[in-house]
Design a protein around this ligand. Structure first.
Ligand code: PLP
Length: 413
């Protein structure tokens, strides 16, 4: 009798547990788990020897994160949905974003009183704003659709964005080193339509800087209906302001209307972001979007935007300062010259553009490509397969020498 009742209870409990199974929520796991630890392990190894992409791995944000967590700000949702230069409500870091833009404004030849801009999600996002603002300004001024002119060696984002924004795009031939050819621009420049031109200030693979005065001379000669100039300076826009060549990214000297720079390339951000800078009079010629529920005019493309990125850029610019950025710019240019010289010395075909931190060379073995995360490219004018090293702040002499030791072995020297 007793046995029977135990058995019945057991069966009942078993059944109840079985029925409750689907209702049970997964338990909170103990983190970090093995998956996350593995990410840390591999990232540390890869970051110490990555040479092929333009990210600065010398990141100094520990104190920022300490402040961010200790202050309690990490438990508050901030959202920079809005214009950093207009009145806005609470729970954002738009005032700090404006200060970041104002810090960078003079570095690109913009005046504090007349600059307008934002911290973007990336260099691509900055180019998206440049193309969008340029196209709208030209359309609003002339009533005509513009044509976008950009070099064949410019970053692919420009071509993708022209496609996305449904703008006719003409790709202009480049010289061997990757600079847009003024003669090629002249051949395809349509005087009857407004021109939206993108100047590459540092192409992605060869690090070429378009000859802006020569291209401006072509525009002055052909006289398209109206012209808007956007500078794509994703990487070089980071370091050029801190070199004797700073005028190349000065909008007043080179006469461009807007500029896009990546935040995570030179400046040492730990996640993608960027800058888009232009003038208030460009902003005034945009199509207005008055959004009642935000009580604002929203000139930028995105609604919700990161408040954390402006905070980190604010921290970085104030902690680093002009003097340190200048030393870093010197270091990367000297590193690139050193690498080129050493590759020449072992007889490995290598090239370095003017004012560039990007050395490109005949492509080595797959083992070296993998070990140093090198980026591949093809160009028959240089004998076919190529690779490049983008000398960033974490690539010191020791890192270059380790790479050169492998290259020397490969060259049989
Ligand atoms: C010249 C140029 N423009 C734009 C971009 C795109 O920038 P992001 O990767 O920040 O979107 C890059 C990226 O390497 C670039 O080299």
């Amino acid at each position: 009798m007793l046995m029977k009742s135990y058995a019945r209870r057991f069966v009942f409990l078993l059944l109840a547990a079985f029925l409750a199974l689907p209702l049970q929520r997964p338990q909170a796991e103990t983190l970090p788990d093995a998956v996350l630890e593995e990410l840390v392990r591999t990232s540390k190894i890869d970051a110490s020897r990555t040479l092929g992409y333009p990210g600065n791995q010398n990141i100094a944000l520990n104190e920022f994160y300490e402040w961010y967590t200790k202050s309690g700000l990490c438990s508050i949702l901030l959202n920079n949905a809005g214009d950093p230069f207009a009145a806005h409500g609470a729970l954002n870091a738009l005032d700090i974003e404006r200060k970041v833009v104002e810090f960078f404004a003079p570095l690109y030849g913009f005046e504090k009183e007349t600059v307008w801009g934002l911290v973007t999600a990336s260099g691509t996002d900055g180019n998206n704003h440049g193309i969008y603002f340029g196209a709208k300004l030209l359309k609003n001024e002339t009533g005509q659709e513009p044509i976008l002119y950009v070099s064949k060696e410019s970053h692919y984002s420009n071509k993708r964005l022209a496609d996305l924004q449904n703008i006719e795009c003409r790709l202009i031939d480049c010289d061997k080193m990757g600079r847009m050819l003024p003669s090629a621009l002249k051949r395809v420049l349509d005087p009857s339509r407004p021109a939206l031109i993108i100047y590459s200030i540092g192409t992605t693979f060869k690090g070429a800087i378009d000859d802006i005065p020569a291209l401006n001379a072509v525009l002055a000669e052909v006289k398209p209906a109206a012209v808007y100039r956007h500078a794509d300076a994703a990487l070089f826009g980071g370091y050029l302001p801190f070199t004797p060549y700073k005028d190349i990214v000065n909008s007043q000297k080179q006469h461009f209307d807007s500029i896009a720079v990546s935040g995570h390339k030179f400046f040492g951000m730990d996640e993608p972001c960027g800058l888009f800078l232009t003038k208030k009079d460009v902003l005034e010629k945009q199509t207005s979007f008055n959004i009642a529920y935000l009580n604002a005019n929203m000139p930028m493309i995105n609604c919700s935007r990161s408040a954390l990125n402006p905070l980190k850029l604010y921290w970085i610019t104030r902690k680093t300062g002009i003097e340190n950025f200048t030393a870093q710019a010197e270091q990367i240019l000297a590193g690139a010259a050193y690498l080129k010289e050493k590759l020449d010395a072992i007889g490995w075909p290598a090239w370095l553009g003017d004012k560039s931190n990007t050395v490109f060379f005949r492509r080595p073995s797959e083992a070296i490509m993998q070990k140093y995360s090198l980026a591949p490219e093809e160009d028959e004018r240089f004998g076919g397969k190529l690779a490049h090293v983008v000398v960033m702040q974490h690539i010191d002499r020791e890192a270059l020498d380790a790479f050169l030791t492998d290259m020397r072995k490969e060259a049989g020297r």
